[in-house]
Design a binder for this molecule. Structure first.
Ligand SMILES: [Zn+2]
Length: 231
């Protein structure tokens, strides 16, 4: 294979780190009937049509994605209405990679980062749970946030919370037809939620620039996104 001509490790003097899980045909998904399975299949090939085109079927919450307030709030902001200023900017990375499976993350765990967090920052919680991607436990045994953690972040008026696991709420406690409280509290306070981040262990600084761009899907509750950190 020739070297990828697009391959560049740096943006000028800055390092760019991809925090996105790759989108693949049949990729793992949260085991709920309302999360569709991802299909990625060719509709044109170089052999026949002399070009390559694919059909992509994906839910608005598959893989690395952003939740818009409308996900949990009936009259909440839709993903296409979220301003770019809420999607790009400073982010604080909090290392909780010592957390055990099914561990609850409380406001106490975030306290040490308190002085760094400013209004309108994004907060990224690193647990390294993305190492479990591809195993069934990824969706069942993940760490999750306590409600007091959501309240603590809301008080700090952050613009977004990113996590390297599949749901900010405890997946084993959220039943169909019930409101997942951590989601609900964050989204009704205009804190965007970025779920299924990956590779936060590659970030070496505690403050980075975050670029998180969801697909501009009109009226949507969320969208798959490419998320990168620049340090
Ligand atoms: Zn979601």
């Amino acid at each position: 294979m020739p070297e990828n001509p697009f391959k560049r490790g740096r943006y000028g003097l800055l390092k760019i780190i991809d925090l996105t899980i790759p989108i693949t045909h049949g990729m793992p998904r949260f085991p709920r009937y309302y999360i569709p399975s991802v299909e990625l299949q060719p509709t044109a090939t170089h052999e026949k049509e002399r070009r390559s085109i694919h059909r992509l079927v994906i839910g608005t919450h598959n893989g690395t994605h952003i939740d818009a307030p409308f996900h949990m709030v009936p009259d909440g902001t839709r993903i296409d209405e979220v301003p770019l200023e809420s999607l790009i900017g400073r982010a604080i990375v909090i290392d909780l990679s010592n957390k055990e499976p099914r561990a609850e993350i409380s406001s106490k765990d975030l306290m040490h980062a308190s002085s760094k967090i400013r209004a309108h920052d994004a907060v990224l919680i690193r647990t390294d749970w993305d190492r479990m991607w591809g195993r069934p436990e990824y969706f069942t045994d993940q760490p999750y946030l306590a409600t007091d953690c959501a309240e603590w972040l809301i008080e700090r008026r952050i613009r977004a919370l990113g996590v390297d696991f599949s749901s900010v709420d405890n997946p084993s406690q959220v039943k169909a037809g019930e409101v997942p409280l951590v989601h609900r509290r964050l989204l009704e306070n205009s804190v965007l939620i970025i779920e299924c981040l990956a590779n936060l262990r590659s970030v070496t600084k505690s403050t980075v620039e975050l670029i998180s761009l969801p697909l501009k899907i009109v009226g949507s509750d969320g969208a798959p996104a490419r998320i990168v950190a620049i340090e």
